[in-house]
Design a protein around this ligand. Structure first.
Ligand SMILES: O=C(O)CCC(=O)C(=O)O
Length: 236
């Protein structure tokens, strides 16, 4: 189950994109070849940073994110708090929700992005404490700029819980991608200004576009949440 709700106006998104671009010197190159990549994050990302370095990357980048995007975090936490009917805060010590930036050459035109469940809470909270609810995580993507042919999330009606049952049953090494041959691929389209929310335990993939045009960019605010003793803690 994935829900999209409008959070920002197109004007607010355009202003944010301009602001993110002004901070280009702080974009962190991602991918196998940092010299020539067109894929970046603004902010630490637990699924990309080495676990041993993540907290330091977060400590370096969080003040910058707060300085420039405090109003966005306020809107986001207030909004999620209403939706989730519980207090929401930026997780202390972890990277704040940050930005994914795909410039034209990095935009997927084939369905080759990683097929995955969002299990990064296992890295973010390596020593689970009582009261941390790993059964009900949250993932969200707020689209700020999308390629001319749109953007979206590919998904399969297959949960992490079911994946684990299947894995135990067949007792063979498999990857999440292997189960995609069994089920139809669904598509959840994104719209600029809307926040898409799901558990992260639904099998998914960054959606491709059939054609990319010069100047196309895909820029999103990405974040995840874990409920810790009644308070949702957000991180990236
Ligand atoms: O950008 C998106 O559409 C989703 C990103 C995603 O799947 C992730 O960061 O886990």
């Amino acid at each position: 189950m994935i829900t999209s709700l409008e959070l920002l106006t197109p004007d607010e998104c355009a202003r944010l994109v301009a602001h993110i671009k002004e901070l280009r010197a702080h974009w962190i190159p991602r991918g196998n070849n940092p010299q020539s990549t067109s894929f970046f994050t603004l902010g630490a990302a637990i699924y990309l940073d080495e676990p041993s370095e993540y907290r330091a990357v977060a400590e370096r980048n969080n003040p910058l994110l707060r300085e420039h995007f405090a109003w966005l975090y306020e809107r986001l936490t207030e909004f999620l708090s209403r939706q989730l009917r519980a207090p929401v805060e930026l997780a202390p010590g972890l990277g704040h929700p940050g930005f994914h930036v795909w410039l034209t050459p990095a935009i997927f035109t084939t369905p080759d992005a990683s097929v995955h469940f969002d299990l990064q809470y296992l890295r973010a909270f390596p020593e689970p404490q009582p009261g941390m609810d790993f059964d009900r995580p949250l993932s969200f993507t707020l689209s700020l700029r999308l390629p001319r042919r749109g953007g979206g999330l590919n998904l399969w009606e297959f949960t992490y819980e079911r994946y684990r049952q299947f894995y135990e049953r067949i007792n063979t090494r498999i990857q999440p991608k292997d189960v995609t041959v069994l089920l139809p691929r669904l598509r959840h389209p994104y719209t600029v200004g809307a926040i898409a929310m799901h558990s992260g335990h639904l099998l998914h993939q960054v959606g491709e576009v059939d054609q990319v045009f010069p100047g196309d960019e895909r820029i999103t605010l990405q974040g995840h949440g874990i409920l810790v003793r009644g308070v949702w803690q957000l991180y990236f």
